[in-house]
Each structure stands twice: as C-alpha cells, then as structure tokens.
Design a protein around this ligand. Structure first.
Ligand code: FES
Length: 128
C-alpha cells in the first residue's frame, strides 16, 4: 500500500454570490497547504497524503474533509483544528467527535465507532 491515509480537503471555489457557498470561500486552500506542511514536518508524508478535492457534496458543512480508508467526515474545519486532526485522528487513531459532520446522511454514529489505524508507530520508524 503506497499510503495508509488519504486526506481529501475540498478546495472548490464558487463565486461569492452562489447560494451554496463553498469551502474555497472559507479559506480551504490555505488550510490544505498548512495541513500538508505539518504532515511533512512530522515526517508523515510517506504514509499520509493530503490532496485537494473538488466539491465533496458537503457544502453546508465546509470546510469539509474526508479521511480514508476509514471514511470519516469532518466539517467546519478551521486552521486551528489541524493539530487536533493530525495528533488525535492520524497519530493516535481517535475520532475527533466535535468535528464530525453530524448530519444523518454522513452516519455520525457509525463514524464515531470506527476503528482507526494510528500512524504513531510509523512515524517512529521514519525518525529512527
Ligand atoms: S464546496 Fe466544499 S463540499 Fe461542496
């Protein structure tokens, strides 16, 4: 497996007058860059890949992020949440409950109980 985690960040940008709004309007490109830099700083970029996504069909919850392989959706993500997601979700394997998209369509109760493979040991191997 090339990457253990794929983090997709919606960077779709709609015109300001569009009724749906967009994650791009909320600063998702900058959030993606900071997320990417942090992953690289921590030596995780060989196992975790951050990519821009087009609209993830979660516009009302933007900035929207989905992390695979577990399929966990986070919404209303802000730059100050990056460390929480990297340390809690990626390194420790913990769902960040307060950031889950709570809409039933995203099955928050299932996401809450998913097993997440933590990357903390992979990180150690990289730094040895
Ligand atoms: S614009 Fe980001 S989910 Fe639709």
């Amino acid at each position: 497996m090339r990457y253990k985690k794929h983090i997709f960040i919606c960077t779709n940008l709609r015109p300001p007058e569009h009724p749906k709004g967009s994650c791009g309007q909320k600063g998702s490109e900058s959030l993606r860059d900071k997320f990417k830099n942090k992953i690289a700083e921590l030596g995780l970029n060989h196992i975790a890949r951050v990519d821009s996504a087009g609209c993830l069909d979660a516009c009302g919850y933007g900035i929207s992020i989905v992390i695979y392989p577990e399929g966990i959706w986070y919404g209303d993500v802000k730059e100050e949440d990056i460390d929480k997601i990297i340390n809690g979700h990626l390194l420790e394997g913990r769902v960040i409950e307060e950031l889950l998209i709570k809409n039933e369509r995203f099955k928050p109760e299932i996401m809450l109980n998913l097993e997440i493979e933590p990357l903390k040991n992979d990180r150690k191997q990289l730094s040895e």
